[in-house]
Design a protein around this ligand. Structure first.
Ligand code: ADP
Ligand code: ZN
Ligand code: ZN
Length: 817
């Protein structure tokens, strides 16, 4: 009998690919293991075994696999089920999902890059001929791709050679490949087992009386282990005893001491004892009880709790219950809110049980968390992570918390899979028969709508912890202030007054401006020309700090102009303003104050964000100017005043969610003010103080915002009332993308009629030299979503078979908001 496996490959193939295997391999291989397989003429990929069977593919001759890469599955059955759900729901391939789901170090393929290891000097005579060839080649070339190596050795199956070279530490593969994944090792030392009896020990010490240095080392070892009651590191022993590593080595060679390793995780908790969780107040207690009751009827529940109501402490109680039962917890946060603050808070309660999964961590760290979760290790019983942590190999999940559930960053926009982590979390939890708690002070309309419809449970917590007052919100009419000449730059007299007072009391200020850079438009006063990005249809933003014009869409930049590119006039003007300009004005208005800025430009790098937060916490900053990064779940004791520099550009943003988002953003930023005894103050500068959303923000009236916005959504057939799929077509040739999108929309209309909108050029019609066209399909609740998708896929397949359109890129985005 012949045996085959179907394999998921990390490429956008619609179908699984079948390979032939031997019967011994068939006995060994299990779903979820990795195999190295050939693909096409010369490619190699790492694939995941989907199933083992005996049916030969009819369309092609199955190739043999190269190699089995695992002894046990690295992906479990529930994950594969989730992958399939994601692929189907978000209209992408299993390969797309696989690529997003697995840590990069798990996926070895022909494009993987190999470099010479810098770790140590190698004894070249230990290399076999083929190994030497590669090693030698890396002396002439700093890196090689795996398919280059195939060429050098003139054979296809090169992974075993690469594996051996990695094991000999001659080469490294893309941040060191999985096989050689190596936790950091610390060397410990203990007395050899030969001396465990008291007599033997006495003997030894007598013998060593003639070697006082060695005897000293032994005595130091005793005293160290007696005082710390912990394993003794070699480094501590030599440090404490002053003995050279040579003496310790001698003792080891003489079998008096024994050295050994304990694997320690790189992502490490260095705290002391765990704290007990806090006693909840009556409101929190009531909310906790209500959540538990809601879970009885409804596995998904929304906790709508105002800022600073103590939601986190409620999560902690729920987590305690779940880990007591030995189950796992996933605590999802928007990427940016994953701050040291929250991490510390949870680690104080749960110590080493908390693992953090973060895209900014190295491949090693991610593999470490992956393996701990896979093995249901107590070390990763609670995973705190951003959206991609829904892909971890949970085996027994009891609870998922989605904190700040309204946050847009839970949705992945590019590349596929274009999934929403909150919605996917709900599906994942149900596969584990676990509960999901969504938490927010400003729930998304879709979650609140789901709750109101009875689809989710709903618990509301309307009291701030310790009865801290909600901040006092004041709207400042800048049109009026301008008329009466009460503005200095972008600061109204009211804002300056309040800032002066707060600074005098030694407290802190946050200023919010939703744009980075200095000014988004540079305009010639003579001819009106403003410099545009050559690759995108947008104006370039002026960044004063680097004296550059930059495109925020493609990264294009050039030196700031001295005079107009069109007419040569030196009379250039800045329109609009960003964080940089605010920072500069603040420094002039308050020269004594310490000012910092937090936006994309200042927070790149692994700890960029944390450094600013810490500086603010430690009061090294008086005034922090920033973009919406400021809004995310931070808890600052000492911030008394929040200034929103201009509410209008958020409100006028061309998007059906602009009002909802503005409300959420402003309420969340306001929530940063006055979290302790003193009442916080929020000033919102606007040209339109009578805007409904601003009124609702200033009275913190979520319900009214919800009702009014839902009304619009009904009237204009937007989510959550209607479902929505966005189809984007891209091409560098405008005429082609236009013809293609007209064809696509026409075909869609034959199925869905009026529910199809477009094609339309988006506000920025060209990005990175690609013209975009959007088509929107609106789907009423009663229309089958899966049938709709089937129809779209059918149309897309016919589209792809038209020769003229083949080079047009089509992007399907389900729930594109
Ligand atoms: P939220 O997440 O709703 O914004 P937090 O959970 O961050 O609110 O709570 C706000 C502040 O109140 C935090 O500093 C927290 O430590 C404190 N707090 C909340 N609940 C309690 C409690 N039961 N006992 C003591 N302090 C609490
Ligand atoms: Zn000009
Ligand atoms: Zn650009």
């Amino acid at each position: 009998m012949k045996f085959f496996i179907d394999v998921i490959l990390p490429i956008p193939l619609q179908k699984l690919f079948t390979y032939s295997i031997t019967s011994a391999e068939a006995d060994f291989l299990k779903t979820g293991m990795r195999v190295a397989v050939p693909f096409g003429k010369s490619k190699i990929y790492t694939g995941i075994v989907f199933n083992v069977h005996t049916e030969a593919p009819s369309a092609y001759e199955a190739k043999e696999i190269h190699q089995i890469l695992d002894e046990v599955p690295v992906v479990n059955q529930i994950q594969l089920e989730l992958w399939q759900w994601i692929a189907k729901y978000y209209m992408c391939t299993l390969g797309d999902v696989m690529r997003a789901a697995l840590p990069g170090a798990f996926v070895l393929e022909s494009e993987t890059v190999v470099t010479k290891s810098s770790v140590k000097k190698l004894d070249e005579s230990s290399l076999k001929d083929d190994e030497f060839l590669i090693y030698e080649a890396l002396h002439h070339q700093s890196s090689l791709k795996i398919h280059d190596i195939s060429g050098i050795l003139d054979k296809k199956n090169v992974l075993p050679v690469i594996k051996r070279l990695i094991e000999k530490e001659a080469i490294t593969v893309e941040e060191e490949v999985y096989e050689k994944y190596k936790p950091k090792l610390v060397r410990y030392v203990k007395l050899h087992a030969n001396f465990s009896s008291e007599d033997a020990l006495q003997d030894l010490l007598d013998k060593l009386s003639r070697a006082p240095k060695q005897r000293d080392v032994i005595m130091t070892l005793f005293s160290l282990s007696a005082t710390t009651k912990k394993p003794v590191k070699v480094s501590d022993l030599s440090g404490e005893s002053g003995a050279s590593s040579q003496i310790i080595k001698t003792l080891i060679d003489k079998d008096i001491l024994e050295d050994y390793f304990i694997q320690t995780d790189r992502v490490q908790y260095s705290g002391d004892e765990n704290e007990a969780s806090k006693t909840l107040n009556e409101h929190q207690e009531a909310a906790l009880k209500a959540i538990k009751t809601a879970f009885n009827n409804n596995h998904v529940t929304l906790l709508h709790g105002v800022t600073s109501s103590g939601k986190t402490e409620i999560y902690v109680k729920l987590i305690e219950d779940v880990i007591q039962k030995g189950q796992q917890v996933l605590y999802l946060l928007p990427e940016i809110a994953l701050t040291a603050q929250l991490v510390n808070r949870l680690q104080n309660y749960f110590g080493e049980k908390v693992a953090i999964f973060h895209s900014k961590y190295s491949a090693h760290e991610r593999v470490e968390v992956w393996n701990n979760v896979l093995n249901n290790a107590s070390k990763a019983q609670i995973v705190l992570g951003a959206r991609s942590s829904i892909f971890l190999p949970f085996s027994d999940l009891g609870l998922i918390i989605v904190d700040e559930e309204h946050e847009q960053s839970f949705k992945q926009f590019d590349p596929a899979p274009r999934y929403h982590a909150r919605d996917t979390a709900v599906v994942l939890a149900s596969m584990h028969k676990a509960n999901t708690l969504l938490g927010s002070a400003t729930p998304s309309l879709e979650s609140y709508f789901n709750a109101k419809q009875g689809k989710y449970g709903l618990v509301e917590l309307m009291y701030r912890y310790n009865n801290v007052l909600m901040p006092d919100i004041e709207l400042v009419d800048i049109k009026d202030k301008l008329k009466r000449k009460r503005m200095k730059g972008h600061f109204s007299d009211r804002l300056i007054e309040e800032m002066t007072e707060v600074l005098a009391e030694g407290q802190q200020i946050i200023l919010f401006q939703n744009r980075r850079g200095f000014s988004p438009i540079v305009e010639c006063n003579t001819c009106g020309h403003s410099p545009q990005c050559p690759n995108c249809d947008v104006s370039l933003t002026y960044h004063q700090y680097r004296n550059q014009l930059r495109c925020h869409y493609c990264g294009y930049n050039m030196a700031m102009l001295q005079d107009c590119m069109a007419c040569g006039s030196p009379d250039l003007d800045n329109k609009g303003f960003g964080t940089e300009q605010i920072e500069e004005e603040v420094k002039i208005l308050f020269p004594e104050a310490k000012v910092a800025r937090m936006d994309l430009d200042t927070t790149r790098g692994k700890y960029g964000y944390e450094k600013i937060i810490t500086a603010l916490e430690q009061q090294e900053i008086d005034i922090l100017v920033g973009t919406q990064m400021l809004t995310k779940g931070l808890d600052f004791r000492n911030v008394r005043l929040v200034g929103i520099m201009n509410a209008d550009n958020m409100l006028n943003f061309p998007d059906f969610r602009a009002h909802e988002r503005s409300f959420q953003l402003m309420v969340q930023v306001s929530g940063r003010a006055g979290r302790t005894e003193k009442r916080g103050k929020v000033l919102i500068q606007t040209y339109n103080p009578y805007h409904n959303i601003l009124q609702q923000v200033s009275t913190n009236n979520y319900m009214e915002m919800f009702k009014e916005q839902m009304n619009d959504r009904y009237n204009f057939k937007y989510p959550p009332v209607y479902k929505q799929i966005k189809i984007t077509l891209k091409h560098k040739d405008y005429n082609r993308v236009e013809a293609a999108s007209i064809w696509f929309a026409k075909s869609l209309r034959q199925f869905f009629g009026e529910a199809v909108l477009g094609p339309e050029s988006p506000p920025i019609a060209r990005i990175r030299n690609q013209f975009h066209k959007n088509i929107l399909v609106k789907i009423p609740k009663k229309q089958s979503l899966s049938k709709t998708k089937e129809a779209i896929i059918k149309i897309n397949n016919s589209f792809l078979s038209i020769k003229d359109f083949r080079s047009v890129k089509v992007i399907l985005n389900v729930d594109n908001f």
